[in-house]
Design a protein around this ligand. Structure first.
Ligand SMILES: Cc1cc2nc3c(=O)[nH]c(=O)nc-3n(C[C@H](O)[C@H](O)[C@H](O)COP(=O)(O)O)c2cc1C
Length: 361
């Protein structure tokens, strides 16, 4: 077996994007059972929770699924940096009526321990974003029985994943909701649209390719496959689905969003991410470059965002969503992928009629 064979063997070549904070194993199960590839977002899980999550999915389905980790540093930042970041956030905590947190001892789960858990409880596919893992780590996952997919925002990043032995590339265009995955160059130099990225990575790297970013229905699925993708990864399109863990405030903000509502910001987490523009993003913009890098700022704004979310205040929480969020709709996640796949067939047939009209030029 190979990753290419696994993807080509999916009845529906749609991967439900891992979405930390918006998904649980329930949506992964629904999508895998319906013939797609579900993903468990494991960035926020302890090693024990990762092992339990993989075991539960293996118990509940014989279909393949993916587990995703974010490759983030776990070293402790300078106390002065943390104090300055908290001081910047103090007015926001006051507005939310929530206590300013004390400087935490830890800012994220230990990545090495999470990775070790994945190697002990290997999923069919292990996917990564934010940085590379090294060749030895890729080989350990292979030996355990997992295929490795690396997220790339540029052709150079796709080549880097190929060099460490990854089995496939998830090419994340700049339309995508949530965090940017760039790790080689600054964000400004890594904002390639899905159309350009998928076609250029397809030509540069001889690995199975997964297209992500702005794909919201069957039209996008057909377009990505036409560009040479083996499968697509869709995130925002699932945010209103029955099995998504999206909060009521998040769902309402999506439903009420104006035209073209998303922006990139690093103010919430210290890493650029795309979401619905709100007051926190706008007012923090002048300070954005000063906030400490992920995961530090992510941890420091966590209680603020949770308080705003609980209060239904979408102006102080991160409402991650991609550029085409207006196309998101409700429904059972399994029904959604079946509908998108049927639409993809119609879209491809329509293009085929036009292309094969028989006119000689
Ligand atoms: C709410 C949200 C959370 C996300 N969390 C993760 C994550 O934990 N890991 C990851 O690799 N990608 C994450 N992503 C990015 C997706 O994997 C994918 O690149 C993106 O959703 C594709 O673009 P689309 O949202 O336009 O479909 C997230 C995206 C969203 C919208």
């Amino acid at each position: 077996m190979s990753l290419a064979a696994l993807l080509d063997g999916l009845p529906i070549p749609i991967i439900q994007a891992p979405m930390a904070g918006a998904t649980t194993g329930a949506i992964a199960l629904a999508v895998s059972q319906a013939g797609g590839l579900g993903s468990l977002a494991a960035a926020g899980l302890t090693p024990e929770e990762i092992e339990a999550g993989v075991a539960a999915l293996k118990r509940e389905t014989s279909r393949p699924f993916a587990v995703n980790l974010l490759v983030a540093p776990s070293d402790t930042p300078d106390a002065g940096v943390v104090a300055a970041a908290l001081a910047r956030l103090a007015p926001w905590y006051a507005q939310a009526g929530a206590p300013l947190p004390a400087a935490p001892n830890r800012f994220a789960h230990d990545f090495q321990a999470q990775l070790a858990a994945l190697t002990r409880a290997p999923p069919p596919v292990a996917s990564f974003a934010f940085d590379l893992i090294d060749r030895a780590q890729v080989e350990a996952l292979h030996a355990a029985g997992s295929y490795v997919v690396g997220t790339a925002n540029t052709v150079a990043e796709a080549r880097a994943w190929a060099e460490v032995g990854a089995d496939g590339i998830c090419a994340q265009g700049f339309e995508a909701g949530g965090h940017r995955g760039n790790f080689l160059a600054e964000t400004e130099a890594s904002l390639v649209g899905t159309l350009a990225l998928v076609a250029t990575v397809r030509d540069a790297v001889d690995l199975p390719l997964i297209a992500a970013g702005g794909i919201m229905d069957g039209r996008g699925v057909a377009a990505a496959l036409a560009l040479g993708a083996n499968a697509v990864q869709m995130g925002t399109a699932f945010l209103l689905s029955d099995q998504a863990a999206t909060s009521a405030a998040w769902r309402e903000a999506i439903a009420a969003a104006p035209d073209d509502p998303t922006r990139l910001t690093r103010a919430f987490t210290g890493r650029h991410a795309r979401g619905l523009e709100n007051r926190f993003m706008r007012e923090m913009r002048p300070l954005e470059d000063a906030v400490p890098a992920y995961p530090v700022q992510n941890r420091l704004t966590g209680p603020l965002r949770a308080a705003a979310e609980a209060a239904g205040d979408a102006q102080m929480m991160s409402v991650w969503a991609g550029q085409a969020v207006a196309l998101a709709g409700p429904g059972d996640a399994g029904d959604l992928i079946r509908r998108w796949w049927a639409q993809a067939g119609e879209a491809a047939a329509g293009v085929s009629v036009r292309v094969n009209r028989g006119e000689k030029v």
